[in-house]
Write a protein that binds this ligand. Structure first.
Ligand code: DQA
Length: 142
């Protein structure tokens, strides 16, 4: 059975409360439930991890080496700033799909650049929770 790690970055624990016009009204618990159920449907073993700390995300990616077959990551604000997360993904070389709930291309200019996209096999933007299902589906095709 394939093992997939789903990582969510800073402030995604505040889903529901946080800018609902952009991110929707469902909370982080609902996202985790959606992701776990999508994983079950696809026959994957899925683990969810959320952190507001860049180093904790780097540690988690490093620990994924030899354990997980794929990573789905929404690096949130670290998308646009973190060379450390990009380098961790390159180091472990685990196939990775990048997800954003919102359409980052149609928002502020600074959201258009992603360091993680320099490594990700696929990037999904603006599809809300559904984007995570699509990201998991990528691994059933592989
Ligand atoms: C986000 C988009 C980022 O620009 C933002 O900083 C987030 C969430 C998204 O899911 O749309 O925190 O990654």
């Amino acid at each position: 059975m394939k093992k997939i790690l789903v990582i969510n970055g800073p402030n995604l624990n505040l889903l529901g409360l946080r800018e609902p016009a952009i991110y929707g009204s469902r909370d982080y618990k609902a996202l985790e439930a959606f992701v776990l159920e999508s994983g079950l449907d696809l026959g994957f073993q899925v683990e969810c991890f959320q952190s507001n700390y860049e180093g904790a995300i780097v540690d988690k990616i490093q620990q994924a080496y030899g354990v997980f077959d794929g990573i789905v990551i929404n690096p949130a604000a670290y998308t646009h700033t973190s060379v450390a997360i990009l380098d961790a993904l390159k180091a472990v070389a685990i196939p990775t799909v990048e997800v954003h709930l919102s359409d980052v291309d149609s928002r502020e200019e600074f959201r258009r650049h992603s360091f993680v996209s320099l490594y990700a096999c696929k990037v999904i933007k603006g599809k809300g929770f559904e984007g995570y299902r699509e990201a998991l589906e990528y691994f059933s095709e592989k």
